[in-house]
Design a protein around this ligand. Sequence first.
Ligand code: GDP
Length: 536
Amino acid sequence: MSTDQPSRIQSEVRRRRTFAIISHPDAGKTTLTEKLLLFSGAIQIAGSVKARKASRHATSDWMEIEKQRGISVASSVMQMEYRDCVINLLDTPGHQDFSEDTYRVLTAVDAALMVIDAANGVEPQTRRLLQVCRARNTPILTFVNKMDREVQEPLALMDEIERELGMTVVPFTWPVGMGKHFHGVMDLRQKRMRVFAPGEDRVAGDEEVLDGLDNPAYAERFGMQYENAQGEIELVNEAAPTFDLDDFLNGRQTPMFFGSAVNNFGVQEVLDALVELAPAPAERAAMQRVVQPEEPKFTGVVFKIQANMDPAHRDRIAFLRVASGHFERGMRLKVVRSGKELRPNTVVSFLSQRRELLDEAFAGDIIGIPNHGVLQLGDTITEGEALQYTGLPFFAPEMFRSVEVADPLKTKQLREGLRQLGEEGAIQVFRPEAGSVLLLGAVGQLQFEVVAHRLEHEYNVKARITAARYNVARWVTCDEADGGEKELRRFIDHNAHRVAWDAVNAPTVLLEYAGELRAMQENWPKIKFHALREHA
Ligand code: GDP
């Protein structure tokens, strides 16, 4: 390693911005993603992200599911350069049945961009995602989309977002009119107006910009909408607090922008805010110690595994968030859990939308490592240090099914398929302490359909998936001070008919009613019951 490497790592890390884009389906996430790519110069022609989405959409229900798993491997992570920053943008599945996947993606980012449909306000899926961001104090930027439609009054929207998010909203832009009378946005900080013109062909820099917030020409040109906006801006100036970077970075304030993604309008302001306000990669907690991003040694954590879209190829891509240091192709790495060596030569990066071979990456970047089951969700990869990052969440499933094979000769394939799908996080698989029928646990119904389909098409097993009587699951542990392993074993033996083991052999109790859980907790005060398991 050359002597100037430490300062190079430091400057590369500082210019990284890694964020997820979140929204309720149809708010305009795909459209905005594409426009961010367009404005950063990463793609020349808008329409490519959308086209891919549309073509996947059309064919069948299964394609609908496929679409939800991510538009494609290549476009679920995108890297672009803008000004002097490197932006990593992570897409999240819109459908709530895949929310677990999204929660894990959110552990890999330093900020989130929330897209809201101005007509619908805060919708259920947005609300759920926000809870996760809030729990982690992730800084959130808010983009209110579709101002070219008849939508809610901006003050009402601002109020709603504030209430729903439980954080203070600070408008950075303010709309003048809406729908047919949408004239543009006032940039409250730069004190100028960007005039709206519909159309998708415009690019950065060719908008009409007027200086000042109360230019005398405005009233004549924009009429009533301008006067309303002026009144609203006055109210906002009185009532809303000024922007505080620290409050934003700690998830207490969100800057709000108005625009129309489909018309390329308001996108520039968001992109600028991303590089100016969103944080560079921060330190990360591992079980052993806290790791700084600019440390020279490479470390990373697997937060998502995606099977190859082509069922003929069984290899999977593990998505790693680089947590520290510098990655180089051909580097010798170690999977801490298994102790296995990994020497990835075909690491994938995600420049704009092409999958490209990657030569190097820095803390904050996302890299893809193709592998055949060497890597699992939550794995930590290092240059040798025994380090395990924490914080990758698994949620107790809320729906259960039994799974058997129609043809007993295929039992082995079923187990192998379920093992792999479990490792991807597509479903949770439980092996009962008593009995031999495997159980599947999910957060959303669609997960069962995906699994049945993939078992059939990728593993050639027709699975019989039937109702199971359980509705509640909790992971169980016992602290050393309370009797540790021995007490846990006593609990398991006493409740053998209700205990099952998950993919990493963590014991779980499965119950029919929430009431049963309460009774059990009273009877077994030394046992701890967890609704969330963090990978350890
Ligand atoms: P996603 O499901 O959140 O990814 O949403 P899409 O980006 O696919 O957008 C959903 C629909 O809203 C599409 O038909 C878009 O063309 C449309 N849309 C997106 N942005 C705007 C906008 O600013 N104005 C209007 N009128 N429609 C928009």
